[in-house]
Design a protein around this ligand. Structure first.
Ligand SMILES: *[C@@H]1O[C@H](CO)[C@@H](O)[C@H](O)[C@H]1NC(C)=O
Ligand SMILES: *[C@@H]1O[C@H](CO)[C@@H](O)[C@H](O)[C@H]1NC(C)=O
Ligand SMILES: *[C@@H]1O[C@H](CO)[C@@H](O)[C@H](O)[C@H]1NC(C)=O
Ligand SMILES: [Zn+2]
Length: 505
């Protein structure tokens, strides 16, 4: 198993901490004692034994106090990026890691997060205001943040191609069907064709909104409406009738500087790293103690206790910023990796929302057919853990809703576990996990009430032990785990409807 590995992988290692750990290459001339690292290799059971409810709860309570620092500015506790609550969270994570001695190499990665805010909006089509209208996140304002007027024009097909936009789109409000390509692409196409605003209608029941994603200078103020509301206008436009309309959007889109924090073990083979992440930010609406206080504090606990042990693979922890704005921190991180550095990451494990009060034990259904090879092995490690502990689990779609996405899009195997957000618990799941049917897994998801009281402590402790198990297993040995082959997504990677919690398509 691992007995020979440390000797073999020594050639790849450098640094005083390693020298101190290893009597074979310890300098005999040194008078002063060398800094010595831990003696014992990590094992799943020993790392898990450090994880306690008390340890986790203490961190959650502290995190809530930090969120309260945002109250003067936001009138509520929050850890949204740019707030004092988030800045204090970053300081806490950083100083905790810095307090662990020299076990980790810690780094801040600063980047500009695109954030937006819609203050007010109005859309009048013909003589009615569609009831279902919602603004898109990251929508630019209408010119001068004022109302604009123009006819409504029906765009052909899906509005993904230039040729879908008729000549009279210029100076008009474009009515576009949802689907096939991202909302941001439709808004950009409309803007390029000279539209003054865009309205995207749903192709399934109900109202709809999402995000335009990465800003473009061609984006125009963009709204979503339901299919039911759109039908009336589509019919009129098809009959050649004119639908005079007006649009108003008071919004801003701007760059906010923020920071990812990354800590990598100095020990272990730096050519073969296992990586795990949670996000340090919350939404503006609340303190985010489950989302993702639970995952990010679990990482901090595991990182703290790992310092008692030696590792064979290097272990790299990340606390992403800007997850709630659309997976910004993790996307930026992966985009900055050279091919060489990308290839050193053997797998990425995502830990986002581990303690939902009405929880299910959810495992991302990450298969090798649609994702980089190794993803399925990681999925099965989680499954085996639940099964061997007599717990039920469900598979959930691996569909772009958390920070694993940039990894799997760039050839790095990924996976993770969660306990559920705004999904509704079924009666079958109540039989499997207890809880309340018909309620959300996390009834406080993205709300004011995502506080310390919103944590299922049993589930959190159990899942945190599983996080420890995943770290210890791969830190000890990657034997049999597929080698990295390239930095491309799997050929069968499906386009996702989500980037973070918002729809993009
Ligand atoms: C890294 O960022 C954290 C959080 O903002 C801060 O406390 C720390 O001082 C920074 N460290 C360095 C070396 O810049
Ligand atoms: C998991 O994914 C595989 C292949 O991608 C699919 O065949 C299977 O039905 C999925 N399982 C669940 C429960 O969604
Ligand atoms: C697992 O789910 C089954 C129902 O599908 C249930 O009978 C059993 O009690 C559950 N196990 C646990 C540990 O909750
Ligand atoms: Zn989250």
């Amino acid at each position: 198993m691992y007995n020979l590995l440390p000797l073999i992988s020594l050639s790849a290692l450098t640094g005083a901490a390693i020298i101190g750990q290893h009597p074979l290459i310890e300098s005999s001339h040194s008078e002063s004692p060398l800094i010595s690292g831990p003696e014992e290799f990590v094992s799943s059971s020993s790392l898990q034994a450090h994880i306690t409810k008390e340890g986790l709860l203490k961190r959650a309570k502290h995190l809530y106090k930090l969120a309260e620092q945002a109250i003067p500015e936001y009138n509520r506790p929050t850890r949204v990026i740019g707030s004092q609550g988030h800045l204090a969270t970053l300081d806490y994570i950083y100083s905790t890691l810095a307090g662990l001695g020299d076990y980790y190499e810690i780094s801040n990665q600063s980047f500009n997060a695109v954030v937006g805010n819609v203050f007010e909006w109005r859309l009048v089509l013909g003589d009615t205001e569609p009831e279902s209208v919602l603004p898109f996140a990251l929508s630019p304002p209408t010119p001068k943040n004022d109302a604009i007027f123009g006819p409504l024009v029906l765009v052909a097909n899906d509005g993904c191609d230039e040729s879908d936009y008729p000549a009279n789109t210029k100076g008009a409000i474009a009515l576009i069907k949802r689907g096939v390509c991202p909302f941001g692409q439709k808004s950009e196409r409309a803007g390029r064709a000279g539209a003054i605003a865009a309205v995207i209608y749903n192709h399934e029941k109900g109202s709809m909104s999402g995000t335009l994603g990465q800003p473009s200078i061609f984006h125009v103020a963009t709204y979503g409406i339901s299919l039911e509301d759109a039908k009336l206008y589509i019919e009129k436009l098809k009959q050649g009738k004119i639908v005079p309309s007006s649009a108003y959007m008071d919004s801003i889109v701007y760059n906010a500087p923020t920071t990812n924090i990354v800590a990598q073990t100095k020990g272990g083979d730096p050519e073969n790293c296992i990586m795990l992440g949670g996000h340090s930010d919350s939404v503006a609406a609340g303190p985010g103690i489950n989302d993702d206080g639970s995952g990010s504090m679990t990482l901090l606990e595991v990182a703290t206790h790992l310092t008692n042990y030696k590792v064979n693979s290097c272990v790299r922890f990340a606390w992403w910023s800007g997850e709630e704005e659309g997976l910004l921190g993790s996307t930026y991180y992966v985009s900055q990796l050279s091919t060489e550095d990308n290839m050193k990451i053997r797998l990425f494990m995502d830990y986002d929302m581990l303690a939902s009060p009405n929880y299910a034990y959810q495992v991302y259904n990450a298969t090798d057919a649609a994702n980089p090879a190794g993803s399925e092995g990681l999925r099965d490690l989680y499954v085996q853990y639940y099964e061997s502990h007599g717990k039920n689990h469900t598979f959930i779609p691996f569909d772009g809703r958390s920070d694993y996405q940039a990894f799997i899009e760039n050839g790095i195997p990924g996976g993770g576990i969660a306990t559920g957000a705004e999904g509704v618990k079924t009666t079958e799941e109540v039989a499997m996990f207890g809880g309340t049917a018909g309620d959300w897994y996390d009834p406080c998801y993205h709300q004011f009430c995502d506080t310390v009281q919103n944590l299922a402590l049993d589930a959190w402790e159990f899942n945190s032990k599983l996080v420890a198990h995943s770290v210890a297993t791969y830190a000890l040995s990657l034997e049999g785990f597929p080698e990295r082959v390239g930095i491309q997504a799997a050929a069968h990677l499906q386009p996702t409807l989500y980037r973070g919690h918002q729809l993009v398509m």
